[in-house]
Design a protein around this ligand. Structure first.
Ligand SMILES: CC(C)(COP(=O)(O)OP(=O)(O)OC[C@H]1O[C@@H](n2cnc3c(N)ncnc32)[C@H](O)[C@@H]1OP(=O)(O)O)[C@@H](O)C(=O)NCCC(=O)NCCS
Length: 193
């Protein structure tokens, strides 16, 4: 556990989330440029996992565009598609997390959102909750064809404020969010222990 005595006055305390299960690590999130706090985390044995960028767009008018190709889907329908997509989320970045545990957590996050799953052409799916893109994935054979953008425009339709996040090295997701007019609003370093 973190010793709060390590944190000196003026340092921003990290946001720490509980581990989701015994074989998954705890997660600490700190502002990217807060180096005193980042150094303190490393002294405490936390592992740097990556830098996460959140994107946001405020819309004066309703965002998005309906597409008749997009439909709401059952979480169970998208599981085998999800397994064919190369995810780069934080559990896959951490060499101390087994692939099994990472996939189990991903399946759980899909199954626990039964009302918010959208699908396009059986090749792309997205989970959107209150204007926030929780997960978006396109089969690698269909990537770069505009499926991600069409799907998100439909699934985010009508929102006044939309949000998404990804790791700094995920060029595809960053370009997708930027192509929807979202701009980066926060950059945070992620650690595991
Ligand atoms: C990220 C992802 C959802 C993009 O979906 P997609 O259907 O390929 O995206 P689109 O075809 O709608 O493209 C949107 C824009 O992103 C660009 N883009 C897509 N993949 C790209 C890549 N790998 N590198 C650079 N740009 C990319 C497209 O050229 C397009 O740009 P444009 O507006 O200049 O034309 C898809 O690549 C994917 O599933 N990746 C793996 C899972 C993942 O990382 N999900 C996001 C994190 S939750």
């Amino acid at each position: 556990m973190v010793r709060l005595s390590e944190w000196e006055e003026g340092m921003e305390p990290p946001m720490i989330t509980e581990r989701e299960s015994d074989d998954l690590p705890e997660c600490a999130v700190v502002p990217e440029h807060d180096f005193p706090t980042r150094d303190a985390l490393v002294r405490e044995g936390w592992r740097y996992i990556g830098t996460r960028i959140t994107y946001e767009k405020r819309c004066l008018w309703k965002f998005g565009r309906r597409s008749r190709l997009v439909r709401q889907a059952q979480p169970g329908e998208v599981l085998s598609l999800a397994e064919q997509i190369p995810w780069g989320g934080r559990y896959w970045r951490d060499p101390e997390v087994s692939d099994d545990a990472a996939w189990r957590q991903l399946r759980h996050s899909i199954i626990s959102t039964p009302d918010d799953v959208y699908m396009l052409k059986n090749a792309a799916f997205a989970i959107i909750v209150f204007g926030i893109v929780c997960l978006v994935g396109v089969h690698p054979a269909a990537s770069g064809l505009g499926l991600g953008r069409t799907l998100l425009k439909h699934a985010l339709y009508g929102e006044n404020r939309i949000k998404a996040g990804t790791y700094a090295d995920n060029k595809g997701a960053r370009r997708l969010y930027e192509s929807l007019g979202m701009r980066p609003n926060e950059t945070r370093a992620v650690y595991h222990k």
